[in-house]
Design a binder for this molecule. Sequence first.
Ligand SMILES: Nc1ncnc2c1ncn2[C@@H]1O[C@H](COP(=O)(O)OP(=O)(O)O)[C@@H](O)[C@H]1O
Ligand SMILES: [Mg+2]
Length: 257
Amino acid sequence: MLAWLRRRPAPEADRAEGTQTNPAPESVAATEEPLLSVRGVERSFDVGGAKLRVLKGINLDLYPKQLIMLRGRSGSGKTTLMNLMGGLDTPTEGTIHFRGRPFHEWNDDRRTEVRRRDIGFIFQAYALLPLLSAYENVELSLRMAGVPRSEWKARVTSCMELVGLGKRMHHRPFELSGGEQQRVAIAKAIAHRPSLLLADEPTAELDSQMAAQIMNVFREIVARENVTICMTTHDPTIMEVADHVYEMVDGVFARNG
Ligand SMILES: Nc1ncnc2c1ncn2[C@@H]1O[C@H](COP(=O)(O)OP(=O)(O)O)[C@@H](O)[C@H]1O
Ligand SMILES: [Mg+2]
C-alpha cells in the first residue's frame, strides 16, 4: 500500500555497532546544524519516594526536512522523550538544543515562546475544538501564533488543501471521519509554519488505510513545507516511509538494523 512512498536507503553507518544518531542526509550541507540535538539525556521521576529512571542516555539529531520515527513498546519512554524534544519538559541530565537554543537551561516561559512559534504537536486523540469548523480550528492556531490576520485565509486554505480536505473546510469535527479529523489536526499543527512537527502515535486510532493516508500527508508536508516530522508508532508497516527509525527499548535506543 505504501510502495509509492519510498524511504531513502539507510546509509551503511546506520547499521554500525554503537552508532545511534541519525546521520545528516546527503541533501544537507555538511556544515548545516541539526534542527534538534539531544545529547546524553536522562529523565527520572519521583514515584512514591523512589526514583524511576525512564530515559537512560538518549542521543539523537534531527535535520531539516526529515521524517523520523520512534518505535517501541508501550512504557519504553517515547512520550517522555517527545515532551522533552518539544520543550514541554526538561531533562534530569543532558542537553537539548533546538535551533541552537538550550532548552535544558531555559525556563517554561522561554520554551513556551519558542514552541508557540516554531513547533507543532499532533496527538493520538485529534485535539480539535468540537464547536469550531475545520477551517476555524486551523485559523485558531494562526491567531495563537500571532500571524497577521490578513494572512489567515490563504494559509488556512492552503493547509486544508495540503491535507486533502479542501472540500471539507466548513465541516465540524463530528461530521468528519477519524482519519479526516486527524488530517485537520495536522493542518492545524503546521499552519503557523513550525520547523518541527512532533506527532505522538498519530495513527494509533486509525485503520490501516487511514493510517496510510496520514503517512502520505506527512511525506507531502516534508517535501513541500520546510519542516521535520518526528513521530512515534507501534505499527511496523508504516515505518518503511521513514528516513530513519529509532527503536526505544526501556529508555535507550536499541541498535538499528
Ligand atoms: N510524570 C511521570 N511521573 C511518573 N512516571 C512517569 C511520568 N511520565 C511517564 N512516566 C513513566 O515513564 C514510563 C515511560 O512512559 P512513556 O514515556 O509514556 O512511554 P511510551 O510513550 O513509550 O508508552 C512509564 O513507566 C510511565 O509510567
Ligand atoms: Mg506514549
